[in-house]
Ligand binder design. Sequence first.
Ligand code: B16
Ligand code: MG
Length: 209
Amino acid sequence: MVKGIIFDLDGVLLSTDEYHYQAWKAIADELGIYFDKTINNKLRGVSRMDSLDIILGGKYYSPLDKQRFAEKKNNIYRELLNDLSPSVVSDDVRSTLIALRALGIKTAIGSSSKNTKFILQKVELIDMFDAISDGTNIIRSKPDPEVFLKAAEFINLNPSECIVVEDAYSGIEAAKAGDFTAAAIGDAQSHPKADYKISRLSDLLKIVK
Ligand code: B16
Ligand code: MG
């Protein structure tokens, strides 16, 4: 029986994945490194520093330079986040969260992003979750299951009682490594380990009923 749902943020609840792409593209262009949406898909769910390593593809830069690039990327990203407002949350997302909570299902966030709480506040979604597990409370990012295991712990449920909703290959890997049921949306739909493939968040209501 499903007692809880753990949502990824970027690419699942919001289209902030597009902002991550634009910010990394600016950094890659500045460094003269080829970067496109296919490479960007490899960064989904992956921490900021690990994302930078993927973009740099083995090219050597000092730790200080890497720190500067990551900081610059985050500044560009935060600038783009200024556009966020409650109206960017789709009716499908908002109404699904309300419906799940009305069914007594616990809701949590499981995101690698250190900007999670800032974003949720900006779009006025923060009160829709019983717990938030994000980049600020983990050591290892996806595909390690830590962020989801913490989320389950925060809502006092076992992984077997929770569905993880993910748009990232790394997120599906993490969910399965943690013994969660995995629902894939967007890019993750082609992952062979996904237990469910959904095209919109409200499809979850058919799964839990
Ligand atoms: P930040 P998610 C992930 O969020 C993004 O998919 C990934 O592209 C990003 O690098 C990571 O968060 C860290 O984000 O730089 O904001 O701390 O998909 O797990 O919600
Ligand atoms: Mg994501």
